[in-house]
Design a protein around this ligand. Structure first.
Ligand SMILES: [Zn+2]
Length: 401
């Protein structure tokens, strides 16, 4: 591919004594590198343009005798990462963002990305180089997650959390998602209390909407997704088992009655009446029914009865606070795309790969939640971080149309 542009970099001051070089100080070649990048379409210029640039690094001699040379940017070493974050890499920041978009949003395999770049852009990159771009982008955004996303998650008034199985090499792990109104955080790890505490901290005081995993019980203000419980009750109601059916039917009838009241309370005067107190009699009777089925011979009935008993407060919190959500749709929606990715890619292969994946996906989903495109931002982060500079702040939510 012909080089379209040559950019000269010369040192502006002596690295030994600090004396600035005069603008016309003589220079001598030191070394150089090639960079391939894409120029993203703008409203005035549609289409994707590829640019091949040669960067030449020059050196100058100071009156003190010392030779100083300009050099490509490089982020200080970080033992958490094997990949380097540096301008020495062939792929420019926007090309790195394009590779992330193809791989993560479009769910194209590494080989598919390679084929697409070669066939449509005339850019030939090795599989290893594509892999390196994804890891480098993951490393580049790591401080953004810590600085701009984690605090929003930990301080959220209402947080939806969910987890789904995830393969990392031969290990069975979990892909966790935490999402609030303005941010979404992903993490890959074990399904354990330690993992949960590592992310949420122990001081989380918001409402936590989750499934029935026991470690969530450490948090006081909990909500359960009622859609899941209703689905289970339906299953029992439809079964042929004489023990299951009446329990399923009673559960469904209670939900129908109470949810009707929740919807009405949302429309009615504020603050709404305490529906828990109002329905005390029905709830006490249902609690007795759950206790009666604690040792039920039918397994799924027994499990559901115990689930109600264990999570009683979390399940019925919405009666006291009817404005709170009754399903975990936010978290399920945030996971949906990545559940399909998992089917296609069979998960990630290494710990480093999982980390890069979770970090990038957190930035992508947070930008999507905010109604802004993640790609120009991602390119900007890679560009700044390769120079050793801090990452720019995540884009604010787009104004409502
Ligand atoms: Zn000098």
């Amino acid at each position: 591919m012909p080089v379209q542009e040559e950019i000269l970099h010369s040192p502006d001051r002596c690295r030994c004594c600090g004396t600035p070089f005069p603008a016309d100080a003589p220079t001598k070649g030191y070394n150089g590198r090639y960079a391939l990048d894409v120029v993203a379409p703008t409203s005035g210029s549609p289409g994707l343009e590829v640019r091949h640039t040669k960067h030449v690094y020059l050196q100058r001699q100071c009156s003190c005798g010392h030779w100083t040379h300009a050099e490509p940017g490089r982020c200080a070493e970080n033992t958490d990462w094997q990949v380097e974050l540096t301008e020495w890499h062939l792929a420019g920041p926007m090309l790195v963002a394009l590779i992330c978009a193809l791989s993560l949003r479009q769910r194209v395999s590494r080989r598919g990305v390679q084929e697409f770049l070669a066939d449509w852009l005339g850019v030939s990159l090795s599989i290893a180089a594509i892999h390196q771009c994804l890891h480098e982008a993951g490393r580049a955004v790591a401080p953004v997650i810590e600085r701009d996303i984690v605090p929003l998650i930990r301080e959220a008034e209402l947080l939806h959390v969910d987890e789904t199985g995830w393969k990392e090499g031969n290990q069975l792990l979990w892909l966790w998602v935490f999402t609030c109104t303005t941010a979404t955080l992903f993490a890959i790890g074990r399904r354990s209390r330690r993992m949960l505490h590592k992310i949420l901290g122990e001081a989380f005081v918001g409402w936590l909407m989750s499934d029935g995993f026991w470690a969530y019980r450490d948090y006081d203000r909990r909500l359960r997704c009622l859609a899941h419980l209703i689905r289970k009750a339906h299953g029992l109601d439809q079964s042929l088992d004489p023990l299951a059916r009446p329990f399923g039917a009673a559960t469904l009838a209670l939900f129908e009655d109470l949810l009707q009241q929740v919807y009405q309370a949302r429309e009615g005067p504020q603050p709404p009446a305490d529906l828990y107190q109002k329905n005390r009699g029905k709830l006490d009777a249902f609690n007795d029914l759950c206790v009666d089925h604690w040792d039920c011979a039918h397994e799924k009935t027994r499990q559901l009865a115990r689930e109600f008993t264990h999570d009683w407060e979390a399940i019925w919190a919405v009666l006291e606070f009817p404005r709170l959500p009754i399903t975990n749709n936010w978290a399920e929606q945030a996971l949906r795309h990545w559940v399909i990715s998992r089917r296609i890619s069979q998960g990630t292969r290494t710990e480093q790969g999982s980390l890069a994946f979770a970090l990038l996906v957190s930035v992508i989903e947070t930008c999507r939640k905010r109604g802004v495109s993640p790609w120009p931002y991602l390119a900007q982060v890679v560009q700044q971080r390769r120079k050793g500079e801090p990452a720019p702040v995540l884009p604010e939510p787009a104004p409502a149309p």
